[in-house]
Design a protein around this ligand. Structure first.
Ligand code: M6R
Length: 368
């Protein structure tokens, strides 16, 4: 039931304070201030035995693994490889004989390529775990360990609340890995656990930007191409923003690492090309700001999604500004997913497309 919402996608975007809170609540023990993986009694993964982590998924779930790659490296010092399932399964990947952990991420738990990749890894003797939203799915049944996302049923073809639930679960798994490998201090575990627990409240305040983004969408809906740029953990959010926009509005969009701008995409910039910067005021902000100024200097229409400090530093270079609340940089990619979802949603509504059932797409891709 859509209730008061116009589309399931809209309802699912607005459910994210609850869906992330439920998921985070399954991993973070607020009383003990620890992160515990559900379903494993704290022992099923011995992180000290894990020498490499392979994360495999498709589409939006793949972008969740791309964010998590930064987290696992940062807090657990773990070598990570991320792969698109359809590439992984046919490429005869070199896999470690011991110590390899393969982690699959899927909302439906039925994606054909992801399932085939899971079976391949099991055959090769790797330990397998799956971050899945549908607990009765094939992937959930076949993985050695299930790490649930508690997003609830997702109806809109474009994934929203499943994505932020995947990120929430993966962030918790990275913290657990950091503790297990003793690369994360107790203080840091407490800080990151708190940042996760406080996130749903920040998502609520970010959803209040809805009207502001709806107005901006009227302008973006006129574009034929949109570029999304981000650095570090926000690079995959730029990729996800571009995917969301093309899926439901049919506007051509590309996500790039901001640092790649000069290596090609800057040639596309003109006054008709909106460029969305996903850039909180973190350690990489200065770098993004110089990219932003390069775009503005070529009369590109800059949309800056940042926080108070970032918007202040950018002065009047961006044509449009979206101000998010301050948050811990660790959880920022989860928070910054919200405005890119809202932007895609409102642009699609403005264009009059079938938001919940975009053309040519299926909710679950059960054939290759
Ligand atoms: O069910 P899964 O998470 O395995 O699905 C993976 C992709 O098919 C899915 O994320 C797809 O990219 C969505 N349409 C994105 O919005």
């Amino acid at each position: 039931e859509k209730g008061n919402y116009r589309h399931f996608m809209q309802k699912e975007i607005f459910e994210q304070p609850d869906s992330t809170a439920r998921t985070i609540g399954a991993y973070v023990n607020v009383l003990k201030q620890t992160v515990e993986l559900p379903g494993e009694n704290g022992h099923a993964i011995d992180w000290n035995d894990v020498t490499s982590l392979h994360m495999i998924a498709c589409g939006t779930a793949h972008y969740a693994t791309r964010v998590a790659e930064y987290w696992f490296e940062q807090v657990a010092g773990l070598p990570v490889k991320t792969d698109i399932a359809s590439e992984f399964r046919y490429r005869e990947p070199a896999l470690p004989k011991t110590g390899g952990l393969a982690l699959f991420v899927s909302q439906s738990g039925e994606t054909a390529d992801t399932l085939a990749a899971l079976r391949y890894c099991k055959e090769k003797g790797l330990k397998t775990a799956a971050v899945v939203n549908v607990p009765t799915s094939t992937i959930a049944r076949e993985a050695d360990l299930v790490l649930p996302t508690l997003a609830g049923p997702e109806i809109g073809v474009a994934s929203t609340k499943a994505f932020t639930a995947q990120l929430s679960a993966l962030a918790a798994v990275a913290i657990a890995a950091g503790r297990g490998r003793e690369t994360l201090s107790r203080d840091a575990e407490i800080r990151l656990g708190k940042a996760l627990t406080q996130l749903p409240r920040l998502i609520s305040s970010t959803l209040a930007l809805d009207e502001r983004i709806e107005k901006l969408a009227r302008d973006i809906a006129k574009a034929t191409d949109v570029i999304y740029l981000g650095r570090g953990v926000h690079y995959p959010i730029a990729l996800e923003g571009a995917l969301k926009l093309k899926e439901i509005s049919y506007i051509h969009a590309e996500g790039y690492a901001s640092g790649e701008l000069k290596h090609g995409p800057i040639a596309l910039i003109d006054e008709d090309t909106p460029v969305v910067f996903v850039a909180p005021f973190d350690g990489l902000f200065d770098k993004s700001l110089s990219n932003l100024q390069e775009v503005a200097a070529r009369r590109g229409e800059v949309i800056l999604i940042s926080d108070e400090a970032g918007l202040r530093a950018a002065a009047d270079a961006p044509a449009h500004r979206i101000e998010l609340p301050d948050c811990d940089p660790f959880v920022a990619p989860i928070l910054y997913s919200i405005p890119v979802q809202l932007l895609a949603y409102h642009v699609a509504v403005e264009k009059g497309t079938d938001v919940d059932q975009p053309r040519n797409l299926a909710k679950s891709v059960t054939v290759e």
